[in-house]
Design a protein around this ligand. Structure first.
Ligand code: THU
Length: 129
């Protein structure tokens, strides 16, 4: 799947964001190594802490369906650009050490990063032996 299509899916998911408290809309779409794509939006909860970022919504959907290896993830948000938070970077690390992360403002305006660029010297599953 090409980057534009993955970004399109993230943009579609962004429209579904449930954000009554921040009004900040985020969408993500992950391409897994089995070729499947899962998308997600952020979901906010009145007591705040259960709030889930778009990236984790998409990744947890994938893992719960049996897809475990992230090839690429596209992220879009109301800030141009919107980068994944630290917690989401660590979750990407768990399922995509070699993942590429596409930070997009639109289908035609994006930059691609490696996970290592966004989370250098990371701790991951291998460190637990
Ligand atoms: N948010 C995401 O969905 N992904 C990120 O990586 C950054 C933050 C959401 C969480 C919350 O619903 C809103 O953006 C404001 O922080």
């Amino acid at each position: 799947m090409d980057n534009k299509l993955l970004i399109r899916k993230a943009l579609d998911a962004q429209r579904k964001a449930y954000v009554p408290y921040s009004n900040f809309h985020v969408g993500a779409a992950v391409l897994m190594d089995d070729g499947k794509v899962y998308s997600g939006c952020n979901i906010e909860i009145a007591s705040y802490s259960p709030t889930l970022c778009a990236e984790r919504t998409a990744i947890f959907k994938a893992v719960s369906e049996g897809s475990r290896q992230i090839k690429k993830i596209a992220v879009v948000g109301d800030a141009n650009p919107t980068f994944p938070c630290g917690v989401c970077r660590q979750v990407i690390r768990e399922f995509g050490k070699d993942a590429r992360i596409i930070i997009a403002n639109s289908e035609d305006d994006y930059r691609e990063y490696t996970l290592d660029e966004l989370l250098p010297n990371s701790f991951g599953p291998e460190d637990l032996g």
